[in-house]
Design a protein around this ligand. Structure first.
Ligand SMILES: Cc1ncc(COP(=O)(O)O)c(C=O)c1O
Length: 372
């Protein structure tokens, strides 16, 4: 079976797993412990992992806060900013093509008296910088726009969007879960980004671990927000809870490997994507239509309509040979809100399938598409 659902999750790399095993067996100390070697070793491992994640993002180490994943990072930042800055304003801007881990947090904040503007997106799911600028008001405290769309692969113009927010003195958050290890990310250059969310399991790391980037000022002080979890005061009091050292180490290793191979992986994903598109066109001709843009996108994510076929029936038939999905792994029963936002009707949404590739796929793996 060929696994082409890497936007849902990825296989843990053997190097990652081997390193994790050490911290599940002999090095089981709690990094918050003192004086003894097991604690010191665990602490060193956590800090090394933090450095690797920071290097992948070109951020400062202190700006990386480990969380349980992108869902938690999104919750922490949106709720944390909303609570801390509610006296400044109660208006938040996002888009209609965000992941549910943003949209459902926004729905929750609406019940707490916040007003949310959901920006329209273009035919590929992108937000217009002009529309964003028009939507900013005096009481806007936060803008949250996804960097790379999880269903379509389209990249937003994060540089322009974040610069607009910087000019207007509004915090800018981006959900970068799908772009980590797939495009270069330079948070020193994109200094309009105040916050970012990411996750290890889309990067051949383990599930249940992610990070929030919170920008620091010239004195090293992070932008203050209200913590989501209170308790032992770990992560500078921003995210309490005993460190999941094995998971953190796994994330660090996946980030290190992801950075080391970034340009090679991007080129390979582009080659895989080109081949897959050619094979789909050759074997299905005018029975398919592409929902994804061909440029300005995360390499390796393709969303395609099989005209006249129901995606769930197709995916079930394909399942013994190819694992793909109808979009976001989190909402497979509902028709995709992202495809709706780009203007597809229900029939077209039901025809749509997402193939998401991994840099660890071989070009020859795709020849299976000649046998369908
Ligand atoms: C864009 C995006 N944001 C958030 C998430 C949730 O990430 P996690 O599984 O780490 O909570 C996902 C995963 O599906 C995603 O694709």
């Amino acid at each position: 079976m060929l696994y082409l659902d890497n936007s849902a999750t990825t296989a843990v790399l053997p190097e990652v797993m081997n390193k994790m095993m050490i911290y599940l067996s002999q090095e089981y100390g709690n990094p918050s412990g003192k004086y003894y070697r097991l604690a010191e070793n665990a602490k060193k491992a956590v800090e090394e992992a933090r450095r690797y994640v920071a290097e992948l993002l070109n951020a400062n180490e202190r700006e990386i806060i480990f969380t349980s994943g992108a869902t938690e990072s999104n919750n922490m930042i949106l709720k944390g900013v909303a609570d801390y800055y509610s006296t400044r304003g109660k208006h938040i801007i996002t888009s209609k093509a965000e992941h549910k881990a943003i949209l459902d947090v926004c729905k929750f904040l609406e019940t707490k008296g916040f007003e949310i503007t959901y920006l329209d997106v273009d035919q590929y799911g992108r937000v217009s910088p002009k529309e964003l600028e028009k939507a900013i008001r005096n009481d806007t405290i936060l803008v949250s726009i996804i960097w790379g769309n999880n269903e379509l692969g389209s990249l937003n113009d994060i540089e322009s969007l974040s610069n607009i927010c910087k000019t207007h003195n509004v915090f800018f958050h981006t959900d970068a879960t799908q772009v980590l290890g797939k495009i270069p990310i330079d948070l020193k250059k994109y200094d309009g980004i105040s916050f970012l969310s990411c996750s290890a399991h889309k990067l051949h790391g383990p599930k249940g671990i992610g990070a929030a980037f919170i920008r620091s000022d010239e004195f090293g002080e992070l932008i203050p927000i209200t913590p989501l979890l209170h308790g032992g005061g770990q992560e500078n009091g921003i995210r309490s809870g005993t460190y999941a050292v094995h998971n953190i180490v796994g994330f660090g290793e996946a980030a290190r490997i992801g950075k080391e191979n970034l340009s090679k992986n991007i080129s390979h994903l582009q080659a895989l994507e080109e081949k897959l598109i050619l094979l789909l066109k050759k074997n299905f001709g005018n029975k398919i239509a592409f929902n994804s843009d061909s440029k300005n996108k995360i390499p390796g994510i393709i969303n395609v309509r099989f005209i006249g076929l129901h995606n769930e029936i197709l995916l079930k038939k394909l399942a013994p040979y190819i694992a793909a999905s109808s979009g976001s792994a989190c909402s497979s029963t509902e028709p995709s809100h992202v495809l709706k936002a780009i203007g597809l009707d229900l029939k077209q949404i039901r025809e749509s399938v997402r193939f998401s590739l991994s840099p660890y796929n071989a070009l020859e793996d795709l020849d299976i598409f000649n046998e369908l």
